[in-house]
Design a protein around this ligand. Structure first.
Ligand code: HAM
Length: 423
């Protein structure tokens, strides 16, 4: 008997239309980050479990309950990467790319977290991350923020995302703040939700992220992190804000942003949108000046971010529903006409780079025109008996009422260039 095997919950198939939008987003990001001199690296999907438990942090949700961890045939504990920063720092350290150097890297690929799937949240999802190693000034923080803003522009979603910024200070300012926060919340233990009560001892700062309305209400009266910042961090943050102001990048300071991973200090930020429901963070990052040292390397101040491709794709699809669709559909009736269509399509792709579909199989003219329309193409190129006889092609603009013209074959490429360049 045949068995029915379905995709694993939270692991999605990406069908061609969706995949085309992923490709579009990735291409835009790739082209912009390379303008800033970032170099791509490839990271393994599987790492030693302790890389994440130590660097992302034992008390974090990711390590506590979201990792795909297994013993391999050797009995070694391995984990499907839940994020890229820990692996990137390992890669840089292991390959001697840190000491006395500055590096700008980026990476792309799938990450894995055992979360409850919903729109914009999956168990396998794609990230593109950028990481700058060996730079401690606020100017590099500003650079990556300006770069991310350029990416939103290239994707056409700049009006739907907002930058939220905060500074976590150094380890001691965070500890002082933590003591104050615990002191405050201890007085309200009976009013705290279950998750926050647990976090009060494991990871108190994460309570600030709570979505529970009663907890939110309690937090309104809680001490705020900026009051506890050390002087150097305060200056770093002030200078960052100055640069962003001068560059004209808008942001909102949100003292509640602490991020869900343990390695951050000083600058942290999130790009958020209200167009995706509850999974509204499309990109998050910040400084992690202590991470390299934690892996046994010489200290190297670092900063980076990762964007969630799945979420960006949802946004791009809404603002640009036809991304990745067809430019030209070739219609032809008869064998010789079909051959001509194939040859012309080759020329159009090579010389104009347009997405050109040649009608496959048989079909009367009317049926082919219907297919052409359904493909979303802007133009149908029709080659019938008459056209073939006089080396011409009929160009019909499918999105403009009654627009049709016979064009000489040798003028076709220029004619199409005129049409497609106008957009
Ligand atoms: P993160 O905030 O855990 O940071 O993830 C970054 C982004 O990945 C999120 O803002 C979100 O867009 C996307 N994301 C996370 N989980 C899911 C999920 N289950 N489904 C879909 N998308 C998701 C990091 O991973 C850090 N490594 C970022 C970083 C780089 N910090 C410094 N450098």
């Amino acid at each position: 008997m045949a068995i029915k095997v379905k995709a694993v919950r939270g692991m999605r198939d990406l069908l061609p239309q969706k995949k085309a939008v992923f490709r579009f987003v990735e291409d835009q990001v790739r082209s912009i980050v390379s303008q800033y001199g970032y170099l791509e690296v490839g990271l393994p999907v599987i790492e030693s479990t302790q890389l994440f438990s130590r660097l992302v942090g034992e008390g974090t949700d990711i390590v506590e309950k979201e990792m795909y961890t297994f013993a391999d045939r050797n009995g070694d504990s391995l984990t499907l990467r839940p994020e890229g920063t820990a692996g990137l720092v390992r890669l840089a350290n292991e390959n001697g790319l840190i000491f006395n150097q500055v590096q700008r890297f980026w990476y792309a690929g799938p990450m894995f977290r055992y979360e409850r799937p919903q729109k914009g949240r999956y168990r396998q999802f794609d990230q593109i991350g950028v990481e700058c190693l060996g730079m401690d000034g606020p100017d590099i923080d500003a650079e990556i923020l300006l770069m991310s803003a350029r990416i939103w522009e290239a994707l056409g979603i700049e009006d739907n995302v907002t930058l939220e910024l905060n500074s976590l200070g150094d380890v001691s300012s965070r500890q002082r703040y933590q003591v104050a926060l615990i002191g405050y919340l201890n007085d309200y233990r009976s009013e705290l939700d279950e998750d926050s009560l647990r976090r009060l001892s494991s990871n108190p700062l994460r309570i600030l992220d709570s979505k529970v309305p009663d907890t939110q209400r309690l937090l309104a009266g809680a001490p705020e992190l900026p009051e506890f910042l050390d002087e150097d961090s305060r200056q770093h943050f002030g200078r960052l804000c100055e640069i962003l102001d001068q560059a004209g990048l808008q942001y909102r300071i949100n003292p509640r942003i602490v991020r869900g991973l343990d390695y951050y200090n000083r600058t942290v930020f999130e790009w958020v949108t209200d167009t995706l429901g509850s999974q509204g963070t499309v990109c998050g990052g910040g400084r992690y000046d202590g991470l390299v040292e934690q892996l046994g390397g010489k200290p190297a101040s670092s900063v980076g971010f990762a964007m969630g491709l799945d979420r960006l794709v949802l946004m791009v699809e809404e603002s640009r529903p036809k991304a990745g669709s067809v430019d030209i559909y070739m219609v032809s009736v008869g064998n010789q006409e079909r051959t001509k269509a194939l040859v012309l399509a080759e020329r159009i792709r090579r010389e104009l780079g347009l997405i050109t579909l040649v009608h496959a199989g048989s079909g009367r003219l009317k049926a082919q025109m219907k297919k052409a329309d359904m493909s979303g193409a802007r133009a149908a190129l029709i080659i019938g008996e008459q056209e073939l006889a006089c080396d011409q092609v009929t160009v019909r603009l499918l999105r403009v009422e009654g627009s049709q013209e016979r064009v000489k074959e040798e003028q076709l490429v220029d004619y199409l260039r005129g049409i497609f360049d106008r957009e």
